[in-house]
Design a protein around this ligand. Structure first.
Ligand SMILES: [Zn+2]
Length: 413
């Protein structure tokens, strides 16, 4: 836990901090001259010159002669203008997204552009140790397949399901996997001989969007992900907010139905998760299919092609099944109510939706925006932007690699 401190910094920390602002400025602006860098970072031109020389030496940035002029622009007298840019393939990171019954491993460069990835499905009943062995094998396969030299890999970022202690890298509790106190970081570090950092998977998605997606330049952001469970990652001033005991963002366990709600796996009744998780929607779907055995939904469910049950539900809605559409709209309302609570408490600038909420965005987005806009206090719900994630199905793995990039490259601690 990072305690607030007022200690002075020694000279190396100052240099590290300066390096971070330079790297982040280059990530944000793609290329800048030394003068622009000095202006943006408030550092002296001597400091900038020294830092850039060092980064060029490490082949992390390169110098670009600016030959193209804007229309009507005059070439400046004297030295040709040069700009500095990050070398995208200077270093690489591995991202590992652990979901319920599947994990995905990808390798990305310092712009978080994914070169190669692989998805592996596993039995939910499998002991954590066996899943970790499969993750290690898959990481080695992905490194080999990408052709990246091991020496250029900065480390591995892992986004895990459930409660994670960021500082010890332990997955404290993942009820949907039956995992308890799994030492993800130490186990992977030992097996791979690479540095590893671990956080909750939805938090990594929020971090990924903040630095590499539509959240760039946004001060406060919430990423809300739904599949087996429903969780939120909160970002405030560019930093992940984890709460006082690691659990911030458990929006899935907001009580929505005060009476008569279904039992949630957390032990309470009427939680958001019992109303809009994938499983909850599929239960509703079964009822509709039984009620209308000749309906569009029933036909879609018996289609022969190889798509997931939830995609079949969306397909039926898109094909015009009004009962399905009404059911999805009704479910979206509950999420809208929970997001209204989030807006009232946190007042974020941007809310991004991932997982089934993004795959079914044509059903969910409008009713959610309407509910939040109508119900939030003092017009806050009209100001907040609510969108689907810009990363689509890659949100988990790009989030995990973003965690590694921030931790081992842009903002090392
Ligand atoms: Zn619950």
């Amino acid at each position: 836990m990072s305690k607030q401190s007022f200690q002075g910094s020694n000279i190396n920390l100052v240099k590290l901090h300066n390096l971070q602002v330079v790297l982040l400025s280059l990530l944000h602006e793609s290329h800048l001259s030394r003068v622009q860098l000095a202006q943006k970072t408030n550092l002296s031109s001597t400091t900038i010159t020294n830092l850039i020389a060092e980064l060029i030496g490490q082949r992390i940035v390169s110098e670009l002669e600016e030959t193209a002029l804007e229309p009507g622009e005059l070439r400046p007298v004297g030295r040709p203008r040069t700009s500095i840019q990050l070398e995208p393939n200077a270093r690489f990171v591995i991202g590992v997204h652990i979901g319920v019954g599947l994990f995905r491993v990808g390798i990305s460069n310092i712009y978080n552009e994914m070169l190669y990835n692989q998805v592996i499905y596993f039995d939910v009943g499998l002991p954590a140790g066996q899943v970790l062995e499969q993750i290690v094998t898959t990481i080695e396969t992905v490194i080999l397949a990408s052709g990246v030299e091991r020496g250029n890999i900065l480390g591995v970022g892992v986004g895990a399901s459930g409660l994670v202690d960021f500082h010890s890298g332990v997955n404290l509790l993942a009820p949907n996997l039956n995992w308890r106190d799994v030492p993800l970081r130490d186990a992977l570090q030992q097996a791979l001989n690479l540095s590893v950092v671990v956080d909750n998977n939805v938090r990594t998605m929020a971090l990924g969007e903040t630095y590499f997606g539509v959240g760039r330049g946004v001060d406060s952001l919430a990423f809300v992900y739904g599949r087996t469970g429903v969780g939120a990652g909160l970002i405030f001033k560019g930093q992940v907010f984890r709460g006082s005991t690691k659990g911030a963002g458990e929006i899935g366990h907001t009580t929505i139905l005060l009476r008569g709600g279904e039992l949630c796996r957390c032990g309470n009744r009427g939680c958001l998760e019992t109303l809009i998780s994938e499983e909850a929607i599929l239960r509703q779907t079964d009822q509709i299919a039984r009620l209308y055995p000749q309906g569009i939904l029933a036909q879609t469910l018996s289609d022969k092609d190889d798509i997931s049950p939830i995609e079949r539900v969306f397909r039926a809605g898109r094909a015009g099944d009004e009962t399905v559409r009404a059911m999805l709209e009704d479910r979206a309302f509950y999420l809208g109510v929970a997001l209204t609570g989030l807006v009232n408490l946190f007042n974020p600038e941007l809310i991004l939706l991932g997982g089934i909420f993004s795959r079914g965005q044509d059903f969910f987005l409008e009713p959610i925006i309407q509910t939040v806009s109508q119900m939030s206090f003092g017009g806050m719900g009209k100001q907040v932007r609510i969108e689907a994630t810009s990363f689509g199905w890659k949100a988990g793995v790009l989030g995990a690699s973003a965690l590694a990039l921030m931790h081992f490259f842009y903002q090392p601690e």
